[in-house]
Design a protein around this ligand. Structure first.
Ligand code: MEZ
Length: 526
């Protein structure tokens, strides 16, 4: 059936739905729902990791294969460094830029290397806001409790405490750098409520918050004249005789040559893994999100946490085909957008935590209440025109200009037509274990942002990622710079690669894929 004909039910049932009382799940029902429908619980998608620091732990097949993969660096690589710095930051997204800026502010000589262009990252994909407790009605303690509840109580308490407490100073720092957060008519910062939060605490820049933050950070990196290498992908780390990190091998993507960088400290901030398309899911992630940092840190011996849990954002686009997996911000549900099944019914509190909302969408689709597109994809409706009905014409254009444009390119007017959505792979909940200063289990190897793990537990709340990047980018940058002052450059070896290769052979992994992958499996090899 034509998409417009299918949409009719959303328009017809709108008035009735506005009066409908929503199903409220008890904790036990939420638990059962997640276990039955959330992709984290599909056993066949998982297998144990064969060797390394997380040996025996279960993770999705795509990640296990990546972690066990083969270093592209030859054993006899000439390790004469082309650059020698105090702090090497790997990754040009929010965490990498924050780390580089704070390390630079400490007087360290910093080199920021990034696989694509400065700013190409998942940071720009965080549309709907950054969570910071700044209002009188709110507090870092409340923020802590909400996050803990959202993470199924599996969050690292220390990391979380630091993040929520340092939130207000992050807001000050970003405002000082020139981030244009939305304001109320009295000039105060405007705050919105996100899923799973008890208080409105999202600072927003319409629906391009991450993009605006990235704009300012990028400018600042350039203004501070921090050494920058774009299109330079990290393909291996370097270690000294004691296993501490001493630099990295980059690959210049233009001429395919290896470039050796000696660094007293290294900060990995390579972001997420959406482009591994775990379990065949489409993703909201940027093109370079192939989990490079996880693979590099793992080979060096760093322990990973919660490798079995991923976030499937409830609202990824299903139609048109050009937008498959693209994010439709949670902000629309925060403003009152209903999720509607093929029968015209709401079926979940749209502001429940993402794992619950995604599980309930998958349930609707598996139980025959989903809407199928002509190409065979399935989803449920997000009633975007409802926002115009409730808050007046022009509401979407005012609050969600990026979303309006995303669909307008394909001749879809979201103020008139609802959009079809289904969960999209959005975030890796776990990652490299770090301490409160961002240091991993490997000396001199720091990790910040999505590559690190522990902070968000088994389910991240909206807007906490942007805050994580800023807080732990700062902590990693500051500590790495201070450390660099107190140590001398260690030896440059790839002994850990030899050890890893031997382990790999011992466990019969003969067909390891090149790791890190750098680009999605479907990328054009040239
Ligand atoms: O933190 C996020 O993932 C985020 C803000 C996403 C969104 O829906 O806009």
């Amino acid at each position: 059936m034509d998409i417009h004909a299918l949409q009719e039910i959303v328009h017809k049932t709108r008035d009735e739905r506005r009066k409908q009382t929503l199903p409220k799940y008890s904790p036990a029902e939420r638990d059962t729902l997640i276990k039955k429908y959330h992709p984290d619980f599909r056993e066949s998608a998982y297998r144990p990791i064969k060797f390394g620091p997380n040996k025996g732990e279960s993770t999705v097949r795509e990640l296990a294969t990546l972690l066990e993969g083969e270093s592209p660096v030859p054993a006899d690589l000439d390790l004469t460094p082309a650059h020698a710095v105090d702090v090497l930051v790997i990754g040009g997204g929010g965490a990498g830029c924050a780390a580089a800026l704070h390390a630079h502010a400490q007087g360290a000589e910093v080199l920021l290397a990034t696989k694509l262009r400065l700013g190409d990252s998942n940071t720009v994909m965080a549309q709907g806001g950054i969570q910071i407790a700044i209002t009188k009605e709110d507090s870092p303690i409340q923020h802590f409790l909400d996050t803990l509840k959202g993470g199924h109580m599996k969050n690292d308490h220390q990391l979380l405490k630091v993040m929520v407490e340092e939130g207000p100073s992050v807001a000050q720092w970003l405002l000082g750098l020139g981030v244009l957060f939305d304001r109320d008519s009295d000039g105060n910062l405007h705050v919105k409520k996100g899923g799973g939060s008890s208080k409105p605490r999202l600072l927003t820049c319409s629906d391009y918050t991450g993009l605006e933050i990235m704009r300012v950070l990028k400018d600042e990196v350039l203004n501070q004249k921090i050494q920058l290498m774009e299109f330079s992908a990290a393909v291996e780390l370097l270690s000294d005789e004691n296993g501490a990190c001493t630099g990295a091998v980059l690959r210049d993507l233009d001429n395919k040559r290896f470039v050796v960088v000696a660094a007293k400290t290294v900060i990995l901030a390579t972001g997420g893994i959406g482009r591994l398309h775990i379990q065949g899911f489409p993703t909201s992630n940027h093109y370079g999100a192939t989990g490079d940092g996880l693979a590099l840190a793992y080979r060096m011996g760093a322990k990973l946490l919660q490798v079995d849990t991923f976030q499937y954002h409830p609202s990824g686009a299903v139609y048109p085909e050009q937008l498959i997996g693209a994010l439709v911000t949670e902000g629309i549900r925060s403003e009152g957008g209903h999720l509607v099944n093929a029968k015209g019914e709401r079926f979940v509190n749209e502001l429940d935590t993402r794992d619950v909302v995604s599980s309930s969408i998958i349930r609707e689709c598996e139980e025959g209440r989903g809407i199928r597109t002509m190409s065979g994809r399935i989803g449920v409706w997000l009633d975007t025109p409802l926002l115009e009905v409730e808050q007046g014409p022009g509401t979407l254009e005012k609050h969600f200009p990026a979303m309006v444009r995303q669909y307008k390119r394909y001749a879809i007017d979201i103020s008139k037509d609802p959009v079809l959505i289904y969960p999209t792979l959005h975030y890796q909940n776990g990652g490299v274990q770090i301490d409160v200063n961002g240091e991993s289990g490997v000396r001199q190897l720091f990790v910040a942002g999505e590559t690190s793990g522990g902070l968000h537990g088994r389910n991240r709340l909206m807007g906490n990622s942007l805050l994580d990047l800023m807080v732990y980018g700062k902590r990693a940058g500051t500590t790495a710079a201070a450390r660099a002052k107190s140590i001398s450059q260690g030896k440059l070896t790839i002994q850990h690669v030899a050890r890893f290769r031997a382990e790999s052979r011992k466990h019969g992994v003969s067909d390891g894929i090149p790791s890190p992958m750098l680009f999605p499996a479907y990328s054009r090899k040239e």
